[in-house]
Design a protein around this ligand. Structure first.
Ligand code: FAD
Ligand code: SF4
Length: 499
């Protein structure tokens, strides 16, 4: 009998809640806040999907994941099948399921969302990604060596995605990373309570199983140049995914005082360099008890929530626009509010005041109101005359955005655009033959999924450049034969080189 068609009237009305650590408890520990779905919860939520034939959610996803396809498999309790559908497009479901801003992407255009709360697509993706990690489902395909050497500079989501696709195409891939551990912002920026390191470790382990070599503590542009990779070091192609990690400051008086730090520095010290375990680890932290964080994006939310967990008694968010314009993911903003961060909306810092001993004494601010929309489409904040006031604080964390690190521009012939980011064509090819680039170093600060998508797009172009053509041949030809002497079933593939 055919399954009954779902309609908005027949599906569970309420979005399935996900357990999380209580706010008062989690604000003082680094354990993951959101606990994930159980199987029963995931199955219930999958029933809310209408499996729309026109798939608006797929168009809302920056990499076009077959969302109804993976949810349908999940609904049939075929979790491995759901993982296979996800794996066709995404390398990092357990990560993107946790950190993607779904409310402005796939979930924003979900049909169910027009009447009820949208299907919790991100939570379902995380459920499948976590199952794949705990069951070690990363199938390593048969890889025919292609005879090419590929260098990846930077090990964030863009570099990881490009590395994986090039390794699957048979290339010998080496990833060069400036920090002591791979993962990019996933490791040094996003804190453990949002994205546990063990999830990042599991994704890196998959890449190692594909035969990819990681060389950490290697700052390209200082130890050797991009051009040397292609000449003396014998690489046939290079992908540059170095992110945009150089913090910007406000250029207001007092920014040179002690206890004024960038959010990137604070987060890197805590996440990568174990500053929260000082003095057991060598990195000191240097923040006080009353912390003002300037900005309202994901980085600012992370800096505030980390400060709480480090023992700050008062943590304040200072943002010149209103809550509606805050660029952070909705969930992070809610979590920060629940955990006790004080928000000062429509508040613009104009000076950091000295406490008399070259430390922070207060943050001088002025009140703002919203005027006409600016080029970004958001209403422009306008200062209110004679509205200055001082916020009592002993630490200021600046989280107003980042820029490209200039090192590769200064040490190679790579052309830059007028903002100082790497210039690329539609295929993500740079001005140097054989060098491709993608992720934040091309677009400016964006998202994990967009960086991952760029890495995959660059890999496709790199394969064309090297003359590699992928031909996906299923192991199982349906005749009982085992092509290439291999046996197997399901959705595993052989890669064939056709130069
Ligand atoms: P990155 O992740 O920045 O990785 C670049 C890597 O290159 C780094 O490891 C760096 O050390 C290395 N590198 C740099 N220069 C060199 C060199 N010369 N030689 C060798 N290695 C080099 N996005 C979301 O979707 N959701 C979120 O919730 C979210 N939260 C965020 C929170 C924070 C604190 C930050 C900073 C960003 C957040 N983002 C979020 C944005 C997202 O993480 C980035 O858009 C994404 O990581 C960019 O990926 P990437 O691969 O281009 O660069
Ligand atoms: Fe399911 Fe929503 Fe996508 Fe429709 S739009 S297929 S209901 S997730």
């Amino acid at each position: 009998m055919a399954a009954k068609k779902r309609t908005i009237r027949t599906i569970p009305r309420e979005r399935t809640p996900m357990a999380e650590q209580p706010a008062a408890e989690r604000a003082r520990n680094f354990r993951e806040v959101a606990c994930g779905f159980t199987l029963a919860e995931a199955l219930r939520e999958s029933e809310r999907c209408l499996l729309c034939p026109d798939e608006p959610c797929v168009r809302g996803c920056p990499v076009g994941i077959d969302i109804p396809g993976f949810i349908a498999k999940l609904g049939e309790k075929d979790i491995h099948g759901a993982f296979d559908v996800l794996s066709d497009t995404t390398l990092l479901p357990a990560i993107c399921g946790r950190v993607c801003p779904q409310e402005t992407q796939c979930e924003q255009v979900c049909t169910v969302g027009q009447t009820l709360e949208p299907v919790a697509i991100g939570r379902l993706e995380r459920f499948v990604g976590d199952a794949a990690i705990s069951e070690s489902w990363s199938s390593v395909p048969f890889i025919e060596p292609a005879g090419f050497k590929v260098a990846i500079v930077g090990s964030g989501p863009a570099g990881m995605a490009c590395a994986a696709d090039m390794a699957k195409a048979g290339c010998q891939v080496t990833v060069f990373e400036a920090f002591q551990q791979p993962g990019g912002v996933l490791r040094y920026g996003i804190p453990e309570f949002r994205l546990p390191n063990e999830v990042v470790d599991a994704e890196i382990a998959k890449l190692v199983r594909l035969g990819i070599t990681f060389r950490t503590n290697v700052l390209v542009g200082r130890l050797f140049t991009i051009e040397q990779l292609l000449t003396e070091m014998g690489f046939d192609a290079v992908f540059v995914g170095v992110g945009a990690g150089t913090p910007t400051f406000m250029d207001i008086p007092g920014e040179a005082l002690a206890r004024v730090v960038s959010a990137n520095e604070l987060l890197t010290r805590v996440n990568l360099m174990h500053a929260r375990d000082f003095p057991s680890f060598d990195t000191p932290l240097g923040i006080g008890k009353k912390v003002a964080v300037i900005g309202a994006g994901n980085t600012a939310m992370d800096a505030m929530r980390v400060s709480l967990r480090l023992g700050a008694e008062k943590v304040m968010c200072v943002y010149r626009r209103s809550r509606d314009e805050a660029p952070a993911r909705a969930e992070e903003l809610h979590h920060a509010e629940d955990e006790g961060v004080q928000f000062h909306w429509l508040t613009n810092p104009i000076a950091i005041l000295d406490d008399g001993s070259r430390g922070v004494g207060a943050l001088r601010c002025q009140r703002m109101e919203l005027g006409e929309p600016d080029a970004s489409g958001r209403r422009r904040p306008v200062a209110i005359a004679d509205s200055d006031f001082d916020l009592d604080c002993d630490t200021v964390v600046v989280a107003i955005g980042t820029d490209a690190n200039p090192i590769l521009g200064q040490t190679s012939g790579l052309a830059l655009d007028d903002r100082g980011y790497l210039a690329v064509d539609a295929d993500l090819a740079t001005s140097i033959d054989g060098v491709f680039a993608g992720g934040d170093i091309v677009t400016g600060a964006a998202t994990v999924i967009e960086a991952m998508g760029a890495g995959r797009r660059a890999a496709r172009a790199m394969k064309r450049y090297l003359g590699l053509v992928d031909s996906d041949v299923p192991y199982d030809d349906g005749l009982g034969a085992a092509p290439f002497g291999l046996s197997g079933s399901g959705r595993d593939y052989v890669r064939v080189r056709a130069v």
